[in-house]
Design a protein around this ligand. Structure first.
Ligand code: DP6
Length: 333
């Protein structure tokens, strides 16, 4: 059997940064994200159960034109390792043939591994007919080592871990996509690979003198965000999203050795968003571990946000997305 699935990226309002166990993606703190709709990884998988010695999983990566080519070794190795863990956990032997690709720039702070590993876990769950409740699916995705993938298997607004104090728990969608149509207008100020991986960022996070102070107020910030989401109160949500984004980068910049994900374009977008707000347009900026800026806004502000960002010298492209419903099966053969 062959299955083609797709899974979206997500944007964290409250960031996963720092891990108790990095290889298993057991986080230091609970995170909260919005699952996107359009930015997706699409993955075709076929499973060959016969144990043929020496045949390993075969991973192809589609390029921007959609043509499959052997995946770069570090990328393929990470996928093969996730497959190995899943085979071990479910007592399976055999090998996979996999072709995957994203419709957005890889490795630029747009959660490409979240979408990719969520699609992989979702596809394997379909092929093997594994339990597909939120906890099971999200833990299966988390076993890739990509924490953000844990959230991308679910739609809407997602909290991970859930319950928030149980660090080994999976994720839960706390509000469905229909609850509130928020948009993410992504301003691309850098499309190359970022220089320091999220993995390395998590590793260094605890070396920041500000890391312990961050942990002290995260619960209150999360509760504030959850209340704002519940009440669809953008003016309460916006400052919380922004202070969290600034803090993530404060931790990165004060890690030892320091990490600078921002570039001058990042700051140009931040200033423009602040000016927009002063003009009465409700929008909030956030960045993951990269230079690109996600501008979160309501439907009524989207047009103003897009046209303001289009006018900026450092913005080379704009990707318009919105809250989405999670992974889906695209085709079965
Ligand atoms: C800053 O370990 O999930 O995006 O596997 O590379 O996607 P990747 O990173 P991961 O760390 C994500 C870090 C973050 C914040 C977040 O998404 O919560």
């Amino acid at each position: 059997m062959k299955v083609t699935v797709s899974a979206p990226a997500n944007i964290a309002f409250l960031k996963y940064w720092g891990a108790r166990d990095l290889s298993l993606a057991i986080p230091e703190n609970a995170s909260l994200s919005m699952t996107l709709e359009k930015a997706r990884a699409t993955t075709s998988l076929s499973w060959h159960p016969a144990q043929t010695n020496g045949v390993s999983d075969h991973i192809l990566l589609r390029d921007a034109q959609g043509t499959p080519a052997p995946a770069p070794p570090p990328f393929a190795a990470r996928m093969v390792e996730h497959l190995r863990r899943m085979k071990q956990a479910f007592g399976r032997t055999g090998h996979f043939e996999i072709t995957t690709g994203n419709n957005f720039p890889t490795g630029a702070g747009l959660a490409s591994s979240a979408a990719g590993f969520a699609a992989l876990a979702f596809g394997v769950a379909k092929l093997w007919d594994l339990p597909q409740d939120p906890q099971s699916l999200s833990v299966l995705a988390r076993d890739s080592g990509s924490g953000s993938a844990t959230r991308s298997v679910l739609g809407g607004y997602v909290r991970w871990p859930d319950p928030p104090k149980e660090s080994a728990a999976g994720a839960r969608s706390i509000f469905p996509a229909e609850h509130w149509e928020l948009h993410d207008v992504i301003a691309l100020v850098e499309t190359g690979e970022k220089s320091v991986s999220s993995l390395e960022g998590h590793r260094r996070a605890t070396t920041s003198l500000h890391f312990p102070a961050r942990q002290e107020h995260l619960d209150a910030r999360r509760e504030g965000m959850e209340r704002a989401l519940l009440e669809r109160d953008f003016s309460a949500l916006a400052p919380l999203i922004e202070e969290e984004a600034i803090e993530l980068h404060l931790i990165a910049m004060s890690s030892r050795p320091p990490i600078f994900y921002w570039n001058p374009g990042t700051l140009e977008v931040i200033h423009r968003v602040r000016a927009l707000r002063a003009e009465g347009v409700s929008a909030a900026f956030t960045m993951d571990a990269g230079a690109n800026v996600h501008v979160i806004c309501e439907s009524s502000s989207k047009r103003d946000v897009v046209s303001a960002l289009q006018g900026l010298a450092s913005v080379s492209g704009i990707f318009e997305d919105h809250v989405g419903t999670g992974p889906r099966v695209e085709a079965t053969e």
